[in-house]
Ligand binder design. Sequence first.
Ligand SMILES: [Mn+2]
Length: 318
Amino acid sequence: MRLPWPNAWRNGRCAKKKENCDTMTNSPVTQFGAPDAPYCDPATARVTIIPAPLEYSVCYMQGTRHGPQAILDASSQMELYDEELGCCPIEIGVYTRPALDYTNLSHAQALTATGQAVREVLERGQLPLVLGGEHSLSAPPISAVRDYFPDLTVIHIDAHGDLRDEYEGTQLSHASIERRVVDLGIPLTEIGIRSFSPEEAAFMKSQPDVAIVWGYQLANGTAKIPWERLSKHTYVTIDLDAIDPGEMPAVGTPEPGGLHWYQLLNLFREICQRTTIVGMDVVELCPMEGQTRADFLAAKLVYKMIGYRFIGEVARDK
Ligand SMILES: [Mn+2]
């Protein structure tokens, strides 16, 4: 007879324990979801989370270097059973490595270190999931993942096009990240865009391998995601300012009219049904006092992404 719950859940191994409430205020959370040891073993994990507290080219609100730890802290208070998927996604194994240390590194050196951390995860056959930090960190991970999956395509969910050739005098800027992806020759699909410069509009006339689904199209129901552009292997980069600022206020450059929670989850679930995600990042959380809902949204989004990605590989009760 089939058990009504996965064994681990029945035994309470992935149940949230009350004592976490006491420990989190004293010491920083080191493992996403604060699960029991079997689920964060680096040797058996399917996902390695890379906290990347990068902050070099932020132009408006500062503080995104605190984003990764805020996500880890919030994740420790998150329930680990996914009622939609009928399972505990943490059971696939999610290891969080120590945060990258960018002390005394130039921006370029910090980006190289980020790419190297992703390569180490790929070498172990695990899925790299980078927590930012500012968006400029995405290019080296995408380049590293492409070395392992040459057919790679990229989905970029963001309020901003990030297609400028350079911004404020540097090609490494967060506002140029997707231009670097285009430079790598990787087909790019942008979703949720609602802040675009004249320079980017002119660039699009050069017919780069970029498709854009605009924010207004998502809002009025005319959006058509060009699924046919996706290859077998896809990297997804999510700038949290893609989400409506009413739900995600803690970002450096908020734009009105963004994606809503379930809209984003449905989008992400469909991405997982149509392609295999082989690398991910969630960037630009800029924790703000009194806006803990943003930290919790980011943590839960990361967990939902892991669940959708690995559904079918973990025991389910429905
Ligand atoms: Mn953005």
